[in-house]
Design a protein around this ligand. Structure first.
Ligand SMILES: [Zn+2]
Length: 112
């Protein structure tokens, strides 16, 4: 069994080992710059980090608001359908016992 280890470098803020290919520290979220300070590449990296920060904040807000989660209305509709099916089953079973009552009930279920 061979184990491949990703080269790591200590985080500039918390000092914990972070993969050299990672853009951010997985522990504290600090952006790990691989470019030399004061260069145009570093300035571009910093600008990209600011944009990414905004995006992450937007995503966090969306997740907190429940975007992408199953809708409550969907669940309610499913329950309604299940209740309708139970109604039909009861009505069909009752056709032999109380035919008029069951027939009326079935008619209310299948009313458009
Ligand atoms: Zn860190």
């Amino acid at each position: 069994m061979s184990e491949t280890r990703v080269p790591t470098a200590p985080c500039s803020k918390c000092g914990r080992p972070v993969a050299e290919t990672a853009r951010r520290c997985i522990y504290c979220g600090t952006v790990q710059y691989r470019t030399a300070p004061g260069t145009p590449e570093r300035a571009a990296d910093e600008a990209a980090a600011v944009e990414e920060e905004k995006k992450l904040k937007r995503q966090a807000a969306l997740y907190r608001a429940g975007v992408g989660m199953p809708k409550e209305e969907k669940g309610a509709a499913g329950q309604k359908a299940a209740a309708g099916l139970a109604d039909i089953l009861i009505s069909v079973l009752m056709l032999g016992v109380r035919p008029i009552w069951a027939f009326k009930r079935l008619r209310t279920i299948f009313k458009p």
